[in-house]
Design a protein around this ligand. Structure first.
Ligand code: ZN
Length: 428
């Protein structure tokens, strides 16, 4: 999938990329507020930070342009231009000798079996286990990142297991997981590893789930979507300024990702982490819901998650539950059928209510289901079709994680072990 272009094409592609973004930001006409004075937290390229040679867990990048010396990664809207020896914003891609390499192929730093509800996916084969992997790296710089110990690290800085795509698929089969999730850090940064694994998984009858910020270009997304069954994509706000100063990204490419997934028929759910002082304007939530309804329709679930002080935002309090309730009411009133409150265990907003008759379809206690009233994808009471992906495997219990998959590594823990990798990548 990689291809070469002339230096002229290469420079032209840069021009188009930059002016396109500029016009997009202008065209959307976002309201400027005090936030517009806040600094963008966009990540930068790491000069001369690449290893001298590719290592065992390297593969040539799938989408990039090269003039024989400099390369431009074209997986995500960052479109990093790397001179020989440079490392991308996401820390996973490097230019070695005029070629783009991923350093994250077969070396996950997290491997878990999770309930699918944890992603969160509430309308996607409920109560099934999902084999979940991540490598290090992220193309964003969210001030509130809950997985910063792996998202803001280089692949060679964090302890890893060796699992090439075939081993991930056999791991899922051995642990009785009908799905694999590419999750925790940012799956787009290990696109090549995810793509090859997903393709193989599909062949073996295993489903693929992307959990992501949605910051990906259309071509690689379309290519990947052929093998995707479900996704949870963050819609971190509905304001380009907030995207820049809270996340280090832009809004428009994320909106395009939703439109693309909708167009090709991949099931997805949307997640908005409600960060106090950043995500607090009810008008913005209204505007966001109206966009969702117009472009995607009322059926994709929307999750409002409670924020807890994290990473660079420890000064902020947790989201007041009343804010989450207010946002949920707004979204329901606007017409979105399934709106959830997350990270507030036991809250009535965690359950699924039939959008037609209002009865409880799924009652949740944490990640466990207490009631399940969906039959062949329909409400048991009024027989209305319920949007989502439902199946025969709904009542399978969560598998126990075999110790060799590192079940002791907790993504929630602040004491995530960081080890330095041995020689292959040390410079010099
Ligand atoms: Zn009903």
């Amino acid at each position: 999938m990689s291809y070469l272009m002339t230096r002229k094409d290469f420079l032209r592609s840069l021009g188009i990329g930059l002016s396109g973004l500029f016009c997009a930001a202008q065209g959307l006409g976002f309201s400027f507020s005090a936030r517009s004075k806040a600094k963008s937290v966009k990540g930068h390229i790491f000069k001369n930070d690449a290893p001298r040679k590719p290592w065992k867990w390297s593969i040539e990048g799938f989408y990039y342009a090269s003039d024989g010396k400099d390369v431009q990664c074209q997986i995500c809207p960052n479109r990093c231009v790397l001179s020989p020896g440079d490392r991308s914003v996401c820390r996973s891609k490097v230019n070695i000798g005029g070629k783009l390499y991923s350093l994250a192929y077969g070396n996950p730093c997290a491997v878990h079996v999770d309930p699918i509800e944890k992603k969160p996916l509430y309308h996607f084969y409920p109560n099934t286990p999902v084999f979940s992997i991540a490598t290090t790296g992220c193309n964003f710089r969210c001030l509130n990142c809950q997985n910063w110990e792996i998202s803001q690290k280089r692949p060679e800085d964090v302890r890893f297991a060796e699992l090439f795509p075939a081993e991930v698929v056999s791991g899922a089969l051995k642990t009785g997981c009908p799905s694999i999730a590419y999750t925790y850090s940012e799956a787009i940064t290990y696109y090549e590893y995810m793509y090859d694994t997903a393709k193989l998984a599909r062949k073996k009858g295993i489903r693929n789930v992307l959990v992501s910020n949605g910051y990906i270009n259309e071509m690689p997304l379309l290519e990947l979507a052929e093998y995707l069954d479900g996704a949870n994509i963050n819609l971190k706000s509905f304001d380009d300024q907030i995207y820049q100063c809270l996340n280090g990204g832009r809004l428009l490419p994320v909106l395009n990702t939703f439109k693309t997934l909708h167009k090709v028929g991949v099931w997805f759910e949307m997640t908005t982490l409600v960060v106090p002082t950043y995500i607090e304007d009810p008008e913005m939530i209204k505007e966001m819901c109206r966009w969702i309804l117009k472009e995607l329709g009322p059926d994709y679930p929307l999750h409002f998650l409670r924020f807890f002080p994290q990473y660079k935002l420890t000064r902020l309090p947790p989201t007041p539950v009343t804010t989450l309730e207010r946002f949920r009411s707004i979204a329901l009133k606007e017409g979105i059928h399934y709106v959830y409150i997350g990270n507030v265990p036991g809250h009535p907003g965690c359950h699924t209510y039939c959008h037609h008759c209002g009865k409880i379809l799924i009652e949740r206690q944490g990640y466990f289901l207490k009631q399940y009233n969906i039959e062949s994808g329909h409400c048991k009471f009024c027989h209305t079709p319920i949007p989502g992906r439902w199946g025969a495997s709904e009542n399978k219990s969560i598998s126990k994680l075999p110790p060799r998959y590192g079940g002791n590594i907790s993504m929630e823990s602040n004491s995530f072990p960081v080890l330095h990798a041995p020689d292959p990548l040390s410079k010099g």
